[in-house]
Unconditional design. Structure first.
Lengths: 436, 220
């Protein structure tokens, strides 16, 4: 056997071994699309549905609209103290307004009755009702479909509802503001902000189209000005590279994605009701991490990084193990925080931070975790008004630090200012994380 | 002296004596049976409550040590040997620092929790006791559900008593056992012996304790 053939055989054997081992190797740091979709299903919190609304749905199904109005009036008259929580009562009342309005229209009381009940639902914080009102007002103002019956419409009224819906992540309202269709004297910068946000809130928009429109806007306005615009009008801001943690900063693209995600998370705090028997099959921290890693890679907006307290070397370029102080210092709105007190473990999203006193505000649908009755590690928790009848969970930064287990943060794929490679995914070294 | 066994008074006295003996015997029998009512108290299926780095359970000497959190069931079972129901009026939890073994041995491998194994899924209808050991002492909570009023602190000296909540447990032939789900967590990185003592009434006050488990908080 010639030396040339021997080298050829050794090379082929090595390639074969690599080929056979690759799926197991690759599975360490990634999930397949099927696994991702399965995780997505498991991540959805189980909701028992609104039992109080069931009789109304049943009456609607039977076409008994007089009964619907009667049942809705009953809910609207019920004192808030008699609901599970006052906030839940507010949400239920807003649903009752929506259903009563439709029933009144069916009973011949006119479209105006439906619109006015939707407005009442909107006043309680109901985004869906607000979206309905906006469409109706636009149709009425444009002469496409009149509300009639003496209803007084105006551009100012439309602006009021658009201004309510846009911050809650309604892509249509954001686009109306961004395109200057509802012009209440806002600056060019603010208009740019809403336009950029609309691109990420509109989930129907194709990914490539969204990226094209985003980059066009970025080129037109300039990256540094976009940084300033997000800092002024956003809940989030762009971030510099973090030398302590050794992770890239966050440019406008992942920042606007996080901005939209955070507003969507906040909006979902309205009328939240949790299942009394949460799924014991909920994804682990490892699975949450793999989910976010896959999602951000797939979207091409940047890269997800996992920050773990301690000094563990997991041999993964996307995981940093650092002191709790270093991780807490970098915690920023939009980050996913994992916390654990003994057997109770939790995932939540940072909404905002305050320095004096150091407090973290979470957009947290499962805020019960922080209640001192349930959680022996926490005594500072309080629910605070986040606006629009949605509550934020405020916890002292020190107590969060004491039970911190990990943070998932979304950043650029490479340090800011550095040229991105054709593949936005950073080269990941072999991971010591076990596959799911 | 000759006794006339046919004399009516003798018959009456003899009958009375026999009756008294029978009555006394019955009482003695009842007392013995009632005294036999007793309680079995045990920790069932203690297991590691959170995932560890690695697969080896830490040990102190040859005894397993739970790391950070132990999940267990506390069993109270009427032994069924007597007739009287048993009233349990106190369950206390004790956590004593291990000084004897720890003076000469170290926990091996060290207690390290793997955060990747955390499963964050919220609080449901749980009905569990949570015992927490910190440097400041031992605290205990009872969680019924997720709403604000569905959990409260209970006394470590009596888990059945919390602010505004008092329970007592009656175990009889029909309902002879009670199980409690308990999580014991330690935030102190040195070993503790944890055991439960139960006070109950079974024809008089009695007390029994479980075997201890060993637990430590995560170690640096």
């Amino acid at each position: 056997v010639s030396l040339h053939k021997l080298w050829w055989r050794i090379g082929s054997a090595l390639l074969l071994i690599l080929f056979l081992l690759w799926p197991a190797y690759a599975a360490d740091t990634t999930v397949t699309e099927t696994q991702f979709r399965e995780l997505l299903k498991r991540m959805e919190p189980r909701s028992p549905g609104h039992a109080l609304m069931k009789p109304i749905y049943d009456a609607e199904e039977k076409g008994d609209y007089a009964k619907v109005v009667e049942l809705c009036n009953g809910l609207l008259a019920k004192p808030l103290a008699q609901f599970d929580t006052p906030q839940y009562g507010i949400a239920i009342k807003s649903f009752a307004y929506q259903h009563r309005g439709r029933a009144r229209e069916q009973l011949g009381q006119g479209f105006r009755a439906a619109v006015e009940d939707a407005e009442a639902a909107s006043a309680l914080g109901n985004l869906q009702a607000t979206q309905d009102v906006i469409k109706v007002l636009i149709d009425d103002l444009s002469g496409k479909a009149s509300i009639g019956n003496g209803y007084v419409n105006s551009p100012e009224k439309l602006e009021h509802y658009v201004r309510f819906a846009a911050p809650l992540g309604d892509p249509f309202s954001e686009a109306l503001l961004g395109l200057g269709k509802v012009d209440d004297g806002m600056s060019e910068d603010e208009r740019t902000f809403w336009w950029l946000l609309a691109l990420f809130s509109d989930h129907v928009l194709e990914k490539d189209k969204r990226l094209d429109l985003f980059h066009q806007a970025l080129e037109r306005v300039g990256a540094s000005r976009v940084d300033a615009i997000i800092a002024r009008y956003g809940l989030t801001k762009t971030l510099r590279d973090d030398a302590t943690l050794g992770i890239p900063g966050r440019g406008p693209l992942p920042t606007m994605f996080i901005e939209s995600d955070l507003r969507g998370t906040f909006q979902l705090l309205f009328g939240v009701i949790r299942d009394d028997n949460p799924s014991p099959n909920a994804p682990t921290l490892r699975e949450n991490w793999l989910f976010w890693r896959y999602l951000i890679d797939d979207l091409g907006y940047g890269a997800a990084y996992l920050l773990l307290p301690g000094e563990r070397d997991l041999g993964d370029s996307r995981i940093r193990s650092r002191s709790k102080d270093a991780i807490m210092a970098t915690l920023t709105p939009g980050d996913r925080v994992f916390a654990r007190c003994g057997a109770l473990s939790h995932i939540t999203t940072v909404y905002k931070r305050e320095q004096n006193p150091p407090t973290i505000y979470f957009a947290d649908a499962a805020y019960e975790f922080w209640q001192k009755g349930q959680n022996a590690c926490i005594s500072s928790f309080r629910l605070v008004d986040g606006g629009n009848n949605r509550l934020l969970s405020a916890v002292s930064a020190d107590e969060v630090k004491s039970i911190l287990e990990g943070v998932i943060t979304i950043r650029d794929a490479s340090p800011r200012g550095m040229p991105a490679t054709s593949d936005p995914r950073p080269a990941g070294g072999p991971s010591k994380i076990r596959a799911m | 002296v000759r006794i006339d066994w046919k004399h009516p008074i003798v018959v009456l006295v003899a009958g009375s004596v026999v009756s008294a003996l029978g009555f006394g015997g019955k009482k003695l029998y009842d007392y013995a049976i009632d005294r036999a009512s007793d309680l079995r108290v045990a920790i069932e299926h203690p297991q590691q409550g959170v995932q560890l780095v690695g697969t080896t359970q830490p040990k102190l000497g040859d005894q397993p040590v739970f790391c950070d959190t132990a999940a267990l069931t506390l069993l109270l079972e009427r032994t069924q040997s007597g007739r009287l129901p048993i009233t349990v009026d106190g369950i206390s939890v004790s956590a004593e620092p291990v000084t004897d073994m720890a003076a000469v041995q170290t926990i091996d491998p060290a207690c390290k929790v793997d955060p990747f194994g955390d499963r964050p899924y919220g609080i449901g209808k749980t009905n569990v006791y949570i015992i927490t050991i910190t440097k400041a002492g031992v605290s205990a909570q009872y969680i019924v559900g997720s709403s604000e009023n569905a959990a409260w602190a209970v006394s470590k000296d009596n888990l059945l008593i919390g602010k505004g909540h008092v329970q007592s447990i009656l175990l009889d032939n029909k309902d002879p056992l009670s199980r409690f789900t308990v999580f014991v967590s330690s935030r102190v990185p040195t070993p503790y012996r944890v055991f439960f003592s139960v006070t109950y009434d079974a024809y008089g006050a009695r007390k029994k304790a479980t075997q201890p488990i060993l637990i430590t908080g995560e170690q640096p």
